[in-house]
Design a protein around this ligand. Structure first.
Ligand SMILES: CC(C)(COP(=O)(O)OP(=O)(O)OC[C@H]1O[C@@H](n2cnc3c(N)ncnc32)[C@H](O)[C@@H]1OP(=O)(O)O)[C@@H](O)C(=O)NCCC(=O)NCCS
Length: 116
């Protein structure tokens, strides 16, 4: 059975809470590097994190958000990597691979993930 998650984020809402401490506990160094000067790209990666939590059936308190990383592939495609507690939970559910898609347009960013 596939494990589906989705999330929609207002780009300005994320930007308004983005202190250095928030950024450190939320995004990996790679995500910050990839999204430099692109709040919409960062919001898309936030949406991936929330979508993965939904797919894993866990709340935001259970898993460090930096365990969920979205890199950018050679054609611009999002590449999802789970580590630590997120990876453990995915393994418990028998998830071996992820499909991920991000979109953003102006005020909003969204993501869909499917674990299978
Ligand atoms: C894929 C594409 C049609 C999306 O365009 P769009 O509708 O303006 O994009 P959206 O705002 O809906 O989504 C943007 C997200 O799509 C994703 N994306 C980009 N390229 C992608 C691709 N090739 N495949 C899958 N997803 C892709 C990214 O996650 C991007 O967000 P990010 O840049 O913040 O990481 C466009 O980026 C495109 O044509 N890219 C070229 C892909 C390609 O062939 N590149 C060859 C390079 S040599």
């Amino acid at each position: 059975m596939p494990f589906l998650g989705t999330d929609l984020v207002r780009v300005a809402r994320l930007s308004s809470v983005r202190t250095p401490a928030f950024t450190r506990r939320t995004f990996t160094a790679r995500e910050v590097q990839v999204c430099r000067d692109r709040p919409d790209s960062l919001a898309g990666r936030w949406a991936v994190k929330e979508a993965v939590l939904k797919a894993l059936g866990v709340g935001i308190a259970g898993i460090p958000l930096t365990d969920i990383e979205t890199d950018r592939g050679p054609d611009g495609e999002p590449l999802l990597t789970l580590r630590g507690a997120a990876l453990e939970r995915a393994q418990e559910l028998g998830i071996q691979q992820w499909a991920v898609s991000i979109s953003h347009d102006g005020e909003y960013a969204m993501a869909v993930v499917i674990g299978s």
